[in-house]
Design a protein around this ligand. Structure first.
Ligand SMILES: [Fe+2]
Ligand SMILES: [Fe+2]
Length: 467
């Protein structure tokens, strides 16, 4: 299925965050829903974050004129480390990030709040597209939006990636995982006041990190489409891509009159905002299969403790009794193993419990989401899976099937209504209001909808018109 048709499918609509439970998640939600420039909560939050990073050390060079060389050195270091990684893999070492598929799915879910607002920190640059100093940042934002082509829109690509792995269920995630996304959204609403910080944040975010290369490689090995990650390797490149544009933006905006050093210090602080929240590597390192399984079963227990029949008893206790109180999940798992319901370190198909969950006519089919099934599967399979993997030869990269070629966003009939309505709405507006409306529709919450994509295409066209 192409993404153009994907945006209107139930799978895409289902990707939603659970009702906000923590402060960062509710701020994240609020900034998505109220994308007002100068948003007061965004400002308060951003000021707190800037205060927090004020004491951190930065690896940026002392002079902005050394940034291009710094970016190049950093890039070279990453590619050298990646070459070493590939060498290790060729010589038989296992995957560094994702030994099992559950680990990879955990990662994709945990970084979703950040990836689903990809580019948001640059949203506020749009009204300034006529200013040559800001133009490269506007271009970067529009490229994040795929210039209005669904198949190239980064947020849509990530939504499709989640859906393709059955992870489009409500994301119940730790509040801390929303902090980086909230920072991005806040910056996007405060560009007018915090332009140096936005430029600094952009400088950090658009450099190629090692984890991106390794993630793309290992996702591919696990048959998870790595395109979203591969795309960022190419689009953020340091010679003409977002990383180069980011360095150029610092220099283009450096004041010729006034305090250039003070400006650059603000850039450095913005750069350090990348260190707040939970980064990709920390997410990967935090995964513990056993704990994640227990946590998942504990959540299930709360809704499932009274739904089992008393017919089946394990060590004299009914399933309802086992699931009746908190903290017993671990004991229940052990009892299932002692009684042969679960046989670990073997093909899960040999476990009676697994056969209840998965397969034709499974009694508990649909109880667990695909991610939850993967946790259970990988936990049961244990060493067996590792042995199976070792027998397989090292797999080189595959390129993506050509099925998802960019297409114009128009769709037939009712599916195209939103776009047609938008075109009609725009026709009734004068040039200034039309541009404002187009910008509204390109906000982080809207740009990936069909009206948002059409607005992006119109806006991109407007920028190309002779002035
Ligand atoms: Fe992106
Ligand atoms: Fe980028």
């Amino acid at each position: 299925m192409s993404i153009a048709s994907f945006i209107d499918t139930p799978a895409a609509q289902r990707i939603s965050f659970t009702t906000a439970t923590g402060p960062w998640q509710s701020l994240y939600r609020q900034l998505l829903d109220e994308p007002e420039p100068g948003h007061p909560q965004a400002k308060e939050f951003l000021q707190d974050c800037l205060q927090e990073v004020a004491g951190l050390r930065s690896d940026l060079p002392a002079s902005p004129y050394e940034l291009a060389a710094w970016s190049l050195r950093r890039h070279q270091r990453v590619t050298t480390e990646y070459a070493r990684y590939l060498e290790e893999r060729r010589s038989g070492q296992g995957r560094r990030f994702f030994p099992r598929k559950a680990h990879a799915l955990h990662f994709l879910r945990a970084v979703a709040p950040t990836k689903l607002v990809d580019g948001a920190w640059l949203y506020g640059t749009l009204p300034h597209w006529r200013d040559h100093r800001v133009y490269p940042l506007v271009r970067t934002y529009l490229e994040e939006l795929g210039d209005g082509v669904a198949e190239q829109n980064h947020v849509l690509l990530y939504r499709q990636l989640l859906a393709s792995q059955g992870c489009e269920d409500a994301l119940e995630l730790d509040d801390a995982l929303y902090r980086q996304g909230a920072i991005q959204l806040a910056l996007g609403l405060l560009v007018d006041e915090f332009l140096p910080e936005v430029i600094g944040y952009n400088l950090g975010y658009e450099q190629l990190p090692l984890h991106l290369l390794i993630s793309a490689f290992e996702l591919n090995e696990l048959d998870i489409d790595p395109y979203y990650f591969q795309l960022h390797v190419t689009i953020d490149n340091g010679s003409s891509g977002h990383a180069a544009k980011a360095v150029q933006s610092v220099l283009d905006n450096l004041p010729r009159v006034g305090d250039a050093q003070a400006f650059y210090e603000r850039v450095m602080r913005g750069y350090l905002l990348n260190d707040l929240g939970v980064g990709s590597t920390a997410v990967i390192d935090s995964f513990d299969l056993h704990q994640e399984l227990l946590h998942m079963l504990e959540c299930k227990r709360k809704v499932a403790s009274q739904v089992h029949s008393d017919y089946c008893r394990i060590e004299g206790r009914t399933v309802n009794q086992w699931l009746g109180s908190s903290g017993d999940v671990e004991g229940f798992l052990q009892a299932l193993q002692r009684n042969g319901w679960i046989r670990r370190d073997r093909d899960p198909a040999e476990s009676r419990f697994w056969r209840l969950v998965q397969g034709q006519g499974a009694a508990m089919f649909g109880v667990f989401s695909p991610y939850e099934c993967q946790l259970l599967h990988d936990w049961i399979a244990g060493d067996w899976q590792q042995q199976v993997e070792q027998g397989r030869p090292f797999r080189a990269r595959r390129t993506r099937a050509a099925a998802n070629q960019p297409r114009a966003g128009e769709q037939p009939g009712e599916l195209d209504r939103e776009r047609r309505d938008m075109v009609r709405q725009l026709q009734g507006l004068d040039a200034y209001r039309r541009e404002c409306r187009l910008i509204e529709l390109q906000s982080p919450a809207q740009h990936w909808s069909s009206a948002g994509l059409a607005a992006t295409r119109t806006f991109t066209g407007l920028m190309l018109q002779p002035r």
